[in-house]
Write a protein that binds this ligand. Structure first.
Ligand SMILES: Nc1ncnc2c1ncn2[C@@H]1O[C@H](COP(=O)(O)OP(=O)(O)O)[C@@H](O)[C@H]1O
Ligand SMILES: [Mg+2]
Length: 253
């Protein structure tokens, strides 16, 4: 199962991506966490050294074919050569960002992530993609091969407006499932605002994640939430989401 995580800047994508990745690994899945933000910070949220964020996937991994870019090597060898093992056995890959000012576009970096994602399919393999705040990874089709796109929303207008813009792009890419994650909820009124938004726009809400100061404290310390506050309700809510997605992904019969 390949899970993309998108939403406006600061809504909690990286916090949720890292926590999901480690909880899925603890539940027995083989987990790949891809930092697909050109301003990467998934490593620290996972509990890896920040240096890992400076090891981007090289563009040489991809060849351009008529039907789109594809990996020249088996994805397993890409994971071995470029993946960094982290806490709970999660393996992290980094898209990387611009090394210099005036460098130009990041086309090849996006193409590389897209090609890796295309090949990361398999039973009990969970890939979590921490995406950029901009719609670019949907407009470029970088994440066209995710099986589910989670749109993280805070209970305020501009964040919900971002979800409203991203959802149709995901639909145009034929991403099979789109779900909204309400984050940083401080009250029933907050929860109702997101629920009402989802209903109005015919979007499915998959989780309600409360606001918890422990998340900010962990962030300030540069440590994973799971290590600093394992009993946080945020961890519990993300754990429920992981269980829900894995159950939905398990073939019946
Ligand atoms: N449920 C939550 N409760 C409190 N603070 C949160 C919560 N989720 C995220 N945050 C805080 O919000 C800020 C942005 O989170 P981050 O995961 O980096 O968002 P994004 O990746 O979407 O930019 C961080 O300071 C983080 O600690
Ligand atoms: Mg982020």
């Amino acid at each position: 199962m390949r899970i993309g995580i998108a939403g406006k800047g600061g809504v909690g994508k990286t916090t949720i991506a890292a926590t999901m990745a480690r909880l899925a690994a603890r539940a027995g899945a083989k987990v790949i966490a891809i930092d697909a933000d050109s301003n990467p910070n998934l490593a620290t949220a996972l509990g890896l050294d920040r240096v890992m964020e400076q090891r981007p996937l090289p563009a040489s991994l991809v060849s351009k074919r008529l039907d789109g870019p594809a990996l020249t090597d088996a994805v397993d060898s890409v994971l071995t050569a470029h993946g960094t093992p982290g806490p709970d056995g999660v393996v992290m890959l980094t898209m990387g960002g611009p090394a210099h000012a005036g460098e130009g576009c990041l086309c090849s970096a996006h193409a590389t992530v897209g090609a890796v994602l295309a090949d990361l399919a398999g039973p009990d393999l969970v890939t979590v993609v921490d995406m950029e705040a901009s719609p670019e990874q949907l407009s470029r089709g970088t994440v066209r091969n995710v099986d589910i796109l989670l749109l993280v929303a805070e209970p305020y207008f501009r964040s919900l407006e971002t979800v409203r813009r991203l959802a149709p792009l995901a639909m145009e890419l034929s991403i099979a499932r789109i779900g909204v994650i309400a984050n940083k909820l401080r009250s029933e009124t907050d929860a109702d605002a997101v629920a009402e938004f989802c209903e109005r726009h015919r979007l499915t809400q998959l989780a309600r994640v409360p606001y918890d100061d422990a998340v900010t404290r962990a962030d300030l310390a540069g440590s994973p939430l799971l290590d600093v506050a394992p009993d946080s309700q945020v961890v519990a809510a993300v754990g429920e989401l992981v269980a829900q997605l894995r159950t939905a992904d398990t073939p019946q019969g």
